[in-house]
Ligand binder design. Structure first.
Ligand code: ACO
Ligand code: ZN
Length: 164
């Protein structure tokens, strides 16, 4: 795992197990309005375990990223390719701005590449400045606006990044 500057602060990043799902669901509820039933988390963990990561400190999970792999048209060309899709990422409020989100994403990108992904995509609320800043910092570009994507009517940016 890439854990630039994290280990000295007591954080580690590792692949999630089914035993982490309850804590992951808790973080998801605290941090985001997009919540899912347990089977959805369990399915992503069992199908894409290398790209379902948690950050922990002193045995407590403080952040997660979960992803899947799908086929679709490239956002940077015309071919049908394998894309990594970041389904959800969140870090508990008191642990933010220390590099956890960035390192979760960098490690997930590596895993998605191992699954054969050529690009990474994700959707984010147009008002979500912290997340958009993180994605842009890591080289993601806004490729499309998805009108009324969220259940409350807010638009999403579809953001994408080509993997080297
Ligand atoms: N304002 C401006 N820039 C920010 C912010 C912010 N609040 N947060 C992160 N960034 C940018 C900065 O460039 C930052 O680097 P710096 O701290 O050196 O300036 C860089 O991103 C890396 O930040 P991290 O510390 O790695 O990010 P963090 O651990 O705080 O996690 C996250 C970011 C996951 C977006 C967190 O704010 C969060 O959990 N938010 C609520 C949940 C959420 O919105 N998730 C994303 C939804 S979209 C999706 O899941 C696909
Ligand atoms: Zn999505």
């Amino acid at each position: 795992m890439v854990t630039e500057r994290l280990e000295e602060k007591g954080y580690t990043i590792r692949e999630a197990t089914q035993n982490d799902i309850a804590e992951v669901m808790h973080i998801n509820r605290v941090c985001l309005p997009e919540n899912y039933p347990a089977y959805f988390f369990l399915q992503l963990q069992s199908n894409y375990s290398k790209a379902f990561l948690v950050a922990e400190k002193e045995g407590k999970v403080v952040g997660y990223i979960m992803c899947r792999v799908e086929y679709g048209k490239s956002h940077f060309g015309f071919r049908i390719i394998k894309k990594g899709h970041v389904v959800s990422i969140a870090v508990l409020p008191e642990h933010r701005r220390q590099g956890i989100g960035k390192n979760l994403l960098l490690n997930a990108e590596k895993a998605l590449k191992e699954y054969g992904a050529k690009e990474i995509i994700l959707e984010v609320r147009v008002s979500n400045t912290p997340a958009i800043s993180l994605y842009e910092k890591l080289g993601y570009e806004k490729v499309k606006v998805l009108k009324g994507y969220y259940s409350d009517g807010e638009d999403a940016y579809l953001m994408a990044k080509k993997l080297e």
